[in-house]
Design a protein around this ligand. Structure first.
Ligand SMILES: Nc1ncnc2c1ncn2[C@@H]1O[C@H](COP(=O)(O)OP(=O)(O)OP(=O)(O)O)[C@@H](O)[C@H]1O
Length: 305
């Protein structure tokens, strides 16, 4: 087993030396070796999830109001008449076009919302790269695959993650479904993803740590998204695959999928910086929770009568 020092862990996780030492002394990091006053930490350890917000309040209290209102809306929706299969299909198609447009636009795809809708109907857009067309189709197929995983109750696993990625990166036969073999940087990000040889073990740990315990499922999904993007397991397509996995987890918990808007991308990136620089997951948890609320209220307004 290879080990890193407290200083190396603090740099890797973006938290203070002092905080790493406290986590070690509280037994919050598995496999730590204590040598006198210093600690050695297993190299493949993921950043421990912090139970505090920046203001020192317990996270469950901090999110209580948000989660209570999300769950109240969901219960109200469950009491209303079920949507017909035609209504559901229509809503899913609309969502799919918007989600594909926004998720791909965040990653530099140049298709507009209307062009995305046309491409998904099989139309070719003059002057737009073939790559942009393939990305739209790949993202659609990946989302439909995610929907099928939910209906057949297939749990999330590394195999499922690689399969989703294979559909997202349909136009990159050599890279699809394969963990990266070179280091990567995230443009403009504070956080540096781990070296490639650490990716398999970190992915394994990420999934082992997935069972949420007493955590609300929305918080679990948001934390998974932060950590998945932190590992950045693939050479490309991490953003799109990560947002599909976020939706897989939300839908598995009975919530509607969400669509991180292209226009919200700066706020979305800032959520990662809060987590990796300030050790504060709350902006991402709140963002995901607010998006879920927005979708639930859309459904509720459709079922007014
Ligand atoms: N500061 C950050 N720390 C960690 N992850 C981040 C940070 N900022 C953004 N991200 C995540 O990384 C994604 C973009 O990373 P990158 O540009 O490497 O994408 P990619 O692997 O090429 O994936 P895609 O092709 O889907 O964008 C964002 O969409 C977001 O999910």
């Amino acid at each position: 087993m290879q080990y890193i020092t407290v200083k190396q862990a603090s740099e890797r996780w973006g938290i203070s030396d002092r905080r790493v030492r406290v986590l070690c002394s509280e037994g919050r990091i598995e496999g730590v070796i204590q040598k006198g006053r210093s600690y050695l930490i297993p190299m493949d350890t993921l950043k421990p999830i912090d139970g505090r917000s920046l203001r020192g309040k317990k996270i469950p209290e901090q999110y209580a109001a948000l989660f209570a209102s999300v769950d109240e809306m969901k219960a109200e929706l469950d009491r209303r008449r079920p949507l017909t299969s035609g209504e559901l299909k229509r809503l899913q198609e609309e969502f799919l076009v918007e989600f594909t447009y926004n998720s791909n636009a965040i990653e530099g795809n140049t298709l507009t919302l209307q062009e995305t809708a046309l491409v998904l109907e099989g139309v070719t857009i003059d002057q737009k790269p073939l790559k942009d067309h393939l990305e739209a189709v790949g993202h659609r197929d990946a989302f439909l695959y995610v929907v099928s995983l939910v209906s057949t109750k297939v749990p999330i696993s590394e195999k499922v993650i690689r399969e989703i990625h294979s559909l997202v990166l349909i136009n990159r036969p050599e890279d699809k479904g394969v963990y990266r073999r070179i280091p990567v940087k995230i443009m403009g990000a504070h956080h540096e993803p781990p070296q490639p040889y650490l990716v398999p073990v970190q992915m394994e740990r990420l999934l082992e740590e997935l069972p949420s315990g007493s955590r609300h499922r929305i918080e679990t999904a948001a934390l998974f998204h932060l950590n998945f993007e932190g590992v950045h397991p693939f050479i490309d397509g991490n953003g799109r695959t990560g947002r599909l996995l976020l939706n897989l987890m939300l839908m598995q918990a009975g919530y509607p999928p969400i669509d991180v808007k292209f226009s919200d991308r700066r706020k979305y990136y800032a959520c990662f910086d809060s987590y990796y620089r300030d050790n504060d997951a709350s902006p991402m948890v709140n963002m995901v929770g607010e998006y879920v609320k927005e979708r639930l209220s859309q459904y509720l307004s459709l079922l007014q009568n």
